[in-house]
Design a binder for this molecule. Structure first.
Ligand code: CUA
Length: 363
């Protein structure tokens, strides 16, 4: 198993994916990149100047034999008694002593104060650019509003409004958003909540980290005109599977996004091939946690399965959503994601196969 998981991870997670904050595609991420570059430049300059002077001082003023002493001779006895006025060679080795120079004190107080002041100003401007309170949804605003609930260890997305239209469906782990186009901005506002402990939403190329804190609603925004898949990661330690609480944001072209929205709003598909499995699933305690819209499964504390097969991954981005992985997941989730809240139910082979066959119809 320990060998299989990294392999599956690699396949679900193409190595071409870029998670660098230095390659932003959205205004908040750009502001953060610009601030980072400025701070790195200033602190880098200070580092090089201070270390340079230090290294120069170490070399230039290293302990050397004073005139009249043979190089290589043992002078440790001399150096240990610098206060001894009668010891001429050592007194000559002392540098000039400076006490209380006003101009120097003013310079080294003013320069750091000025640097800190500049850093405070640019940080405040970045905060102002990144932290935009969500507006009210209105018709024709081309804006998407999604409520994100962080849960141990997956993401719940409730689509609230798009372009002023009320949506109100829930999905999990794969966030779809529309791309902006020339002249038409399509901003995305996320309202961030938590159902259990603190999490942090972080997709480095889209925006900075924002925490999801129990009992609080935080918000963040981003927008991009570059369709594609953007990966991220929960950035606040939240328990054993924190490292596997992965984020996938799919930026669709506006037309693809409209199609996706229309599809996701529908109730679950009714495929006759899945009816045995459907009864099996409804008879199990799956229904206490999971929801399949249009059926008696109305749980609210596990991922909504209504369109499970429209998602590319399982277990919050850990493994590819293939029939084989789905079977393994239903058989024993603890083998794939130890510690996750879904236990193995000890289903018989036939029951399990029926349930998986039903899940595969949830397109
Ligand atoms: Cu959720 Cu770390």
């Amino acid at each position: 198993m320990t060998v299989i998981i990294p392999l599956l991870l690699a396949s679900a997670d193409p190595s071409s994916q870029d998670l660098s904050i230095f390659d932003p595609v959205s205004p908040p991420a750009e502001s953060i990149r610009n601030l980072s570059v400025l701070v790195l430049a200033i602190t880098g300059f200070i580092f090089i100047a201070v270390e340079g002077i230090l290294v120069y001082a170490i070399i230039r003023f290293r302990r050397r034999a004073a005139p009249g002493i043979t190089p290589g001779a043992d002078i440790s006895g001399l150096a240990l008694t610098p206060a001894d006025e009668s010891d001429a060679p050592v007194r000559e080795a002392e540098p000039p002593q400076v006490y209380g120079s006003k101009p120097i004190e003013i310079a080294w107080t003013a320069a750091p104060a000025l640097i800190v002041f500049v850093l405070v100003l640019v940080s405040a401007r970045t905060l102002w650019e990144v932290n935009v309170p969500p507006p009210r949804p209105r018709a024709g605003d081309n804006t998407l509003f999604v409520t994100v609930v962080g849960r141990q260890w997956w993401w719940e997305y409730t689509y609230d409004h798009y372009n002023g239209r009320e949506l109100g469906f829930t999905t999990a782990n794969e966030l779809h958003v529309p791309a902006s186009e020339e002249g038409v901005a399509r901003p995305v506002y996320l309202l961030l909540e938590s159902a259990d402990v603190c999490h942090s939403f972080w997709v480095p190329r889209l925006a900075g980290k924002t925490d999801l804190i129990p009992g609080r609603v935080n918000s963040m925004w981003f927008q991009t005109n570059r369709p594609g898949l953007y990966l991220g990661q929960c950035a606040e330690y939240c328990g054993t599977q924190h490292a596997n609480m992965l984020l996938r944001v799919v930026v669709d072209s506006p037309r693809d996004f409209d199609r996706w929205l229309e599809y996701e709003q529908r109730p679950a598909a009714e495929d006759p091939g899945g009816s045995a499995g459907r009864s099996a699933l409804l008879a199990q305690s799956c229904v206490n946690c999971h929801r399949v819209r249009g059926t008696a499964a109305r749980g609210t504390c596990a991922p909504d399965l209504t369109h499970l097969m429209s998602r590319q991954t399982l277990a919050s981005g850990m493994v590819e959503n293939t029939p084989e992985n789905l079977r393994r997941w239903v058989a024993d989730p603890q083998q794939i994601k130890p510690g996750c809240l879904m236990p193995a139910f000890g289903l018989g082979d036939r029951e399990r196969n029926d349930i998986v066959r039903y899940l595969l119809t949830l397109r």
